[in-house]
Design a protein around this ligand. Sequence first.
Ligand SMILES: Cc1cc2nc3c(=O)[nH]c(=O)nc-3n(C[C@H](O)[C@H](O)[C@H](O)COP(=O)(O)OP(=O)(O)OC[C@H]3O[C@@H](n4cnc5c(N)ncnc54)[C@H](O)[C@@H]3O)c2cc1C
Length: 437
Amino acid sequence: MTHRLLVLGAGYSGLAAARRAHGLARRERADVTVTLVNATPDFVERVRLHQVAAGQDVGVHSLADALDGTGIGLVVGVVEDVDPDARSVTVRGGQGPRTLGYDSLILSLGSSARAGGVPGADDHALAIADLEGARTVAERIAADRPERVAVVGGGLTGVEAATEIAESHPGIAVELVTGGEIVPSAGARGRAHVRRVLHRLGVAVRERARVDAVDARGLVLADGGRLPADLVVWNGGFSPSGLPAAIGLAVDDDGRAVVDASQRSVSHPDVLVAGDAARTAGAAGEPLRMSCAMGLPMGWNAAETVLGGLTGRTPDTAPFGYLGQCVSLGRRDALVQFARADDSPRPFVLTGRPAALVKEYIVAAAYDNARTGGQAAAYLRLVRGVARRHLRRERARAGAVQRREPSAGASRGVSRGDARKGRMTRSASGVDDSRRA
Ligand SMILES: Cc1cc2nc3c(=O)[nH]c(=O)nc-3n(C[C@H](O)[C@H](O)[C@H](O)COP(=O)(O)OP(=O)(O)OC[C@H]3O[C@@H](n4cnc5c(N)ncnc54)[C@H](O)[C@@H]3O)c2cc1C
């Protein structure tokens, strides 16, 4: 009997999952139909939304065109409910609600902006975590011609938004405000480069400034000061889709569905979750950052789990390691921060025009790879390879410590488990950065 795979959400991880599942089924002659459900008829390159906010016309592709000739079905509608017991999904589309049955389900509904409960932020700030928000920022800039724009959040997305707006609109005074320091996930050299570019583009940077409230006149800071702004762009992190929690899947404190190394929900193993909505453990045991860089392999991984279950092939379940972070700094500059498998920054960086070209290549390749599945196997091998090497090194290091201090190790209970805790402590900043803001 034909196996029905339903993939919910056609972002990076959902499109990648659908294409990989369809490709594997064809290769392995498995009788599978793949249907993709998405709220809109378009694929949105979220990683370009800061460009959209700055007024550039980029990053939206017809899903019908992307899937043309593949045999993958497309349903455009909003997923309202999933019944894991009945194996059915309720979707509200143009013609009202309809129910779709499935044999396997991959849930990849992504994330949205997280306001963080700061008073006034919902009413007086705009976020660029989705297409509508990014387009609203662009429209407000075009219509109101603001003199001062405050960008809140000094993580990767905030820095990308501030530099893009400043470069595209040199007449606007852009101020970047952050509670800590800018790009905390970068190393010292990378951060210094980001500071130089912000300075060159005329972006004023205010670090260690907590925002207590937002109102019609701008920001109210925790130290009692005010920062006047005609437009506030909020980049306070991402919140995962609320659906996993709503349908009773086990979720972490942030609402991400807790999954095992096969992307299976730990509470409902028949439901697979990938991308921003999933809490997947990385090479150091910490949750993978919400990112397209990890969303793609999670989608491919989920597809391999489904097909492995049908064909009897045992899929690889090694964790994924990081390669680095790419931050655009306008269209002519960028930072490529090379990273260890556990996401801690290496001392090497690439900057300037070459980094901008690398960043543009990676962004374009991300959509292409989701759409075609072209590099899926190679990319999975790469990110698993760096994780495996990392784990081998960590085990060797823990073994060496035990050999050097056998009694101290025994008395303090130094074990592989404690070594893991050590790694998690070192990567604490990575955990802070788990939402790409
Ligand atoms: C400005 C910006 C820049 C970024 N830059 C980078 C970067 O450089 N590198 C990087 O790795 N990451 C970056 N990210 C993060 C990255 O975009 C996300 O981590 C990534 O998109 C997550 O992929 P996903 O498939 O989980 O979710 P998404 O890409 O968000 O896809 C989710 C899909 O589900 C659909 N959906 C949601 N709810 C429903 C529903 N109820 N019914 C039907 N459909 C639904 C949505 O329409 C969407 O198509 C950036 C994000 C932003 C906002």
